[in-house]
Design a protein around this ligand. Sequence first.
Ligand code: ARG
Length: 584
Amino acid sequence: MEKLIDLLTNEVSAAFERAGYEARFGRVAPSNRPDLCEYQCNGALAAAKAYKKAPIQIANDVAAQLRACGAFSKVEAVMPGFLNLDLDEGYLAAYVDALRSADKFGLPLPEAPQTIVIDYGGPNVAKPLHIGHLRSAIIGESVKRIERYFGNRVIGDIHLGDWGLQMGLIIAELQERQPALPYFDESFTGEYPEKAPFTISELEEIYPTASARSKQDEAFARKAHDATAELQQGRRGYRALWQQIMAVSVADLKKNYANLNVSFESWLGESDAQPYIQPMLDMLEDKGLLTESEGARVIEVARPDDQKEIPPCILIKSDGATLYATTDLATLMQREQDFHPNKILYVVDKRQSLHFEQVFRAARKSGIIRDETELHHIGFGTMNGKDGKPFKTRAGGVMRLETLIAEITDFVRAKVVENQLVDASDTEDVTKKIAMAALKYGDLSNQPTKDYVFDMDRFAAFEGNTGPYILYTIVRIKSILAKYGKDSALPIQAPTNKEAKNLMLCLTRFAEALQTARRDYAPNAICAYIYELAGCANKFYHETKILSEPDEQKQQGYIALIRVTKDVLETCIDLLGFEAPEKM
Ligand code: ARG
């Protein structure tokens, strides 16, 4: 469907033409004085210069033409030459009724769907998920759902951190604890045990212990380094042990992400990029792009017009080791080969922005990425505590994601139980849905780049700009629809009061909200939209007797209107990554 604002622009442009002026002056915008009118057109002011006439005269000429067009119930030419417009009620109802039955509520879809890879999540294997990974998961999942809603083919890739020093630390620590395991016996040629020699909770204890020890014990630190190198060079026992760490860790990660309503199409990691590294380095050497810098091999990525210094991208350290950038560049090679994507998005902490700038430039300079492939880093800010510093546990440690989710769930459960919102058998399900809405909306309603304060009381409140408020609005509509008990057979009727009209006007802005959210990678645009829509819905509901309305035609029109409102709200929260319960 064409957007309402574009249809109105067409009407006004045609009126300019009929009045003898150029159509290009007819652009319509939502009113910036909603107390005076719903829409406005300021084109007569610009036309006045072109035609050397008083703007009010032009506005009057156009207004005379517009009154006949049927789209507006009020057309006013006011000094110095503005056109103030109110939409015709019947025209509006017909538009919203068409939107109700259109695919995706009439959202215009791009003609050629794109292939998009989204790199998000980015957890590090064997290290517990911490809340730094929370934002990547929440924002990435929403961006993915939005891109997919527009018809694109989207591959969410978790890009596991599965190849670093943490692996060597775990191997070294395990060797100290259980030296008799076959993984450490270099002469062992048999089959390694099927069962991992640790559980996930043991693994999560082993890593921090080893990490702390390596800081005090130099010999141990060296051992861990050597183990990492040997693992990467392919030592059989270490590879087998690594497989075990991966299996145990990935199973746990899958469980955690499932709890967050987050899922990935691809579970590749840094290790999967390793086979691409040598061919890539050879290619770069062949093209003469690698230069020597203090014993390291680097690719220069600075440009003459740079405002700030962009250091070279280091690909091989002086000791021969490869780095984070090497892996990311090789991963780009792999993605190009596997998917030939139009666009690759990275949802990663904004503190890594220099890294991505270097990698993107290196990828373009070397031709690893085609010129037309878009690369974009969606850098997000930090989640802070009420003290304005990065969120910590009460004891001052790094907060684990699981702990944070448990805390907010307990907080919400207490409210659900205290207010007797649902039957005991539904408490858990409803609690989880509200907690997810509180957490995700609390995050996504902020611009991704901004830091924000995690405030459980505010996020979980049932009133105000919160996830639970949105859920509450949806549940309220669901309960009216359930009481009414049948579908409306009639179209949406022309609004008879301000509240109904405002609700309809808000519904017409769905497509714009989604387009903004997609263009700016800004799920917050969807949050702002549904907060407004929920407000309009609640006001309408407050002013209108729906279930006791005696006029059948009116009543069915109301039912059709609140149903489409609910459908739009539910579609939007699905794009944000949470869902509404039946009751609350
Ligand atoms: N594992 C990394 C971290 O915890 C994030 C990975 C982001 N993705 C990427 N392709 N570099 O910081």
